[in-house]
Every structure is written in C-alpha cells, then in structure tokens.
Design a binder for this molecule. Structure first.
Ligand code: MG
Ligand code: MG
Length: 257
C-alpha cells in the first residue's frame, strides 16, 4: 500500500529534506584530495545533531555509519573509513535523516579535482536523468513514466542503469511502497497521486549494469566490471501540478542550533 501524506506531514518532510541538503552541501565543500570518507561521516553526524535530527542510516539493518560514501566503482552503500580521496576519484554521498518521525533521503556524486571527460559525462547524465525522472512525478502519470524517463536518458547516452537497487517511497519509514526502479520491467505500475512522497535515485554505470555486494562487509555494492558508477537522489512530493523536491536547501527552514 502506498501511504500518501497530508500537507502538514509534507511540511515536516520539507524540514527534514532541508537538513539533508544542508549537510550534503557542507560535505561537498570538504571534497578535496586528502580527505577521508570517515571525516565526511563525522561531519555529517555533527551537523545532523546541530539541526536536532537523527542520522537515518546509522544502525539501519546494522549499517555502521551515518553516511554512505561510495568511491569510483562503488555504486552505493560504501562504508566510510580511512580511505583517502585522491584527484580523479568520484565519491557518491548518500545521506538521510529522521526529523520529527519523518525521513528524507538524498544523494550526490562529487568529483575529486579533475576527472576524465567520460566520468564528467557520467555525472552529468546521471544527475540529468534524476531531473527527467522527477519531472514525471505528477498526478495522472504512472510510476513507469519516472522509470522510463531515467532509463531513456541513461541508455541513450551509452550508460546502464543498475537493476538490483532501486528508489522507494519514503515517509515515516525510510523505505515504503512503491519501489521505484530506474528501468521499466517490474510489474507494479501504480498511478501517481497527490501526497505521494518518493525517493527517486538513479544509479548509473559506465559499463555493465551488473553489480556485486562485498563478500566481507556485506554492504559495499560495486560494479562487476570495475568501471565507475554515479548516484543522485532527491526526495520528492507529488502535488496537484509540479513535483516538489523536498531535499532542497531552504535555510529559513533549518532548525535553530
Ligand atoms: Mg539515499
Ligand atoms: Mg534512497
């Protein structure tokens, strides 16, 4: 069952989303050669506390950190640690909070210094595919309109969309119905309605869409061929007309510290 939210509930999610955006913006500024992913995680946790929110991922199914930091061929769910970022890397930062019992979830992928033209294109296409997907999140459309827009953008640029991980409904739980694949092919294709809140998140690979989960940490997802992967995500509300991105930075909404 898809849980639609009232405007009062969406107002809380807008604050949660603003906190997520503020944290990601601070982390983006820290991305330089030499920074470790553990330092990014510590900053995320510190800022979340400052905004009176709770990190959504820490302890979720046993995940050990507040931030997912996925470098280069890592697709999602990278565990922060003492890995030092170097020039030419890309790092996916996936972050979520709980604020007054509501979740918000967003991700960006950031280049570390200069990256190759192919990797620049990967970042650009993945982010653009997110916005193409978001544009379809309107009443009367169906879920697959989102999936189709993302898949078309990605594949027409010669990249592939990950199959094994997908976007999701979000609200009082981080993962609610429906699953939002970045490709057409599941069989649940509901009509979109006002009040649905959706975490749309294309995961895009340069090479094969196939991925493996790390055998030892049971979290880190990597491309099977070792080629780079990018990830962008927003939490979005379906409204009467234009979709509203809830994970945008609205400084006036940030809780006082
Ligand atoms: Mg996320
Ligand atoms: Mg998500």
């Amino acid at each position: 069952m898809i849980i639609t939210k009232s405007s009062a509930e969406i107002a809380i999610m807008r604050i949660a989303g603003s906190i997520v955006a503020a944290v990601l913006e601070e982390l983006r500024k820290m991305i330089h050669p030499g920074v470790t992913t553990a330092e990014l995680d510590a900053k995320a946790e510190q800022l979340t506390k400052k905004y009176h929110a709770i990190p959504a991922f820490k302890g979720y199914n046993g995940f050990p950190a507040s931030l997912c930091a996925s470098v280069n061929e890592e697709v999602v769910h990278g565990i922060p640690g003492n890995r030092t970022l170097k020039k030419g890397d890309i790092v996916g930062l996936d972050f979520g909070v709980v604020y007054k019992d509501f979740y918000a979830d967003s991700a960006i992928t950031v280049p570390v210094g200069e990256v190759t033209p192919e990797v620049q294109k990967l970042l650009k296409v993945t982010e653009e595919s997110l916005y193409r997907g978001i544009a379809q999140a309107r009443p009367g459309n169906r879920l697959y309109d989102i999936s189709h827009a993302i898949q078309t953008m990605v594949e027409s640029n010669g990249f592939s969309v990950v199959r094994d991980f997908v976007g999701h409904g979000i609200g009082r739980r981080m993962h609610e119905s429906p699953q939002i694949p970045n490709f057409v092919g599941n069989d649940f294709n509901p009509k979109l309605r006002k009040g649905m809140t959706l975490a749309i998140e294309p995961m895009v690979n340069i090479g094969t869409y196939e991925v493996d989960v790390d055998l030892y940490d049971h979290w880190t997802v990597r491309t099977k061929d070792g080629k780079y992967s990018a990830h962008f995500e927003h939490t979005v509300a379906v409204t009467d007309d234009e979709p509203e991105i809830l994970t945008l930075l609205r400084p006036e909404l940030l809780p006082e510290d």
